[in-house]
Design a protein around this ligand. Structure first.
Ligand code: PLP
Length: 389
């Protein structure tokens, strides 16, 4: 089966992980801060904190921004369930802002419409979490302007957008947000097996997230309530978790980061081949804006409106039967039983449902060969033709 996504692990990664394994510190050693500094420099941001998953990163960002019971976070329904779940774990409520039918990202017009209504009802969100779906950045200038006007904080869920650029600046620089999160799950752009990173330019937020990452415990005298008892002393000043990344994972991450630009170039080459093969088709790919540089985590096509949900199911089976591991991303989160039980209706975000019923993720990863890709293209074209006969 040709999968829809897959990691590339080279000999350098294997050697680096082995070396870390044989070193004195297999957790909390020098590699984690080395990985953090390298990524902070890459995205041009003040603080980078490595954690054991993007979910953990989103969670400590919400905690550090003070999200708690009675709070409210808005995100995109076209995301992985982790995006809203972290707000629920903080005891807050969530709501969803529908997507734009071309970019598949949170629609800024819809966001504004919803904000005007929420203001009149006195229920403005504390945090808005745009998700850079497929690696293509949301319209951050617009969202940040609305953040100023309506007084909400912004966490970018850039799990898909590792190495991407928005209007020429790196996603992760937090120019238009309070914090930005990367994922290093194997199916994403670079991997640490499990892992994530949270970026911020806000010193106070970084200090808080650092506490939440590790039990709320500190050895920093400036954060203690009284003088230290001695060199062994630490204080717990917050209620935190253990969300730390290991040295083995950081070693893997450091090597993967060296390949990031090459990975992205390969993804763009593959996307270019798909784009030109599909230029005259009854489906279209996710829109990528000229000013942006997508990380192209996913290459998603969407059948036009003359096709039904059933057609997509037939096409999915056709591709899978041909040994092509196409996928469907994402099931609109507000339709998941957990969220439906809180009163969300399918029709609350119609664009995301419409998108879900007609979308298909094609294989997209650096090691996809030209031969494999041509097979995917030919099979897809035959599959789409077969829907009309
Ligand atoms: C993968 C993903 C996450 C969670 O990432 P983990 O590192 O697996 O915790 C969160 N949000 C989005 C949009 C994702 O794709």
């Amino acid at each position: 089966m040709i999968p829809y996504g897959r990691q590339h692990i080279g000999d350098e990664e294997v050697a680096a992980v082995l070396e870390a394994l044989k070193s004195n510190h297999i957790t909390q050693g020098p590699r984690v801060p080395e990985f953090e500094v390298a990524l902070a420099q890459k995205v041009n941001v003040r603080h980078a904190l490595a954690v054991n998953s993007a979910t953990s990163a989103l969670h400590i960002a919400c905690l550090a921004l003070g999200l708690s019971e009675g709070g409210l976070l808005w995100t995109s329904p076209n995301s992985f369930v982790a995006s809203p779940n972290v707000a629920r774990l903080c005891g807050a409520n969530v709501d969803f802002v529908d997507i734009n039918p071309d970019t598949f990202n949170m629609c800024p017009l819809e966001l504004e419409r919803k904000l005007i209504l929420a203001k009149s009802e006195g229920q403005l969100p504390d945090i808005v979490m745009p998700v850079h779906f497929g690696g293509e950045s949301c319209n951050m200038k617009r969202i940040a302007a609305l953040g100023k006007k309506y007084g909400f904080k912004i966490i970018e869920d850039a799990s898909h957008a590792v190495g991407a650029k928005y209007a020429g600046i790196p996603v992760g620089s937090c120019r238009y947000s309070d914090a930005t999160v990367y994922s290093f799950h194997p199916v994403k752009i670079i991997t640490t097996a499990e892992g994530g990173m949270v970026f911020t330019n806000n010193d106070e937020l970084a200090t808080k997230m650092n506490l939440f990452r590790s039990h709320g415990v500190t050895r920093d005298k400036s954060l203690m309530t009284h003088a230290s008892d001695g060199p062994w002393y630490y204080q717990q000043v917050e209620l935190g978790l253990n969300y730390r990344l290991t040295e083995l994972q950081a070693a893997l991450g450091i090597e993967q980061l060296k390949r990031l630009d090459e990975f992205l170039a390969k993804r763009h080459k593959i996307a270019g081949v798909y784009d030109s093969a599909f230029s005259d088709s009854p489906f279209r790919a996710q829109e990528r804006l000229k000013d942006n540089y997508s990380a192209l985590h996913l290459y998603i096509i969407r059948l036009d409106d003359t096709y039904s949900k059933a057609d997509r199911a037939v096409l999915f089976k056709y591709m899978r039967d041909a040994g092509i591991g196409v996928n469907v991303l994402y099931i609109p989160i507000h339709t998941q039983p957990y969220y439906a039980a809180q009163g969300f209706q399918s029709g609350d975000c119609p664009n995301s449902v419409d998108y879900y019923e007609r979308c298909l993720a094609l294989p997209m990863y650096p090691d996809l060969t030209t031969e494999q890709q041509l097979y995917v293209i030919e099979t897809l074209q035959n599959g789409v033709l077969s829907l009309r006969t």
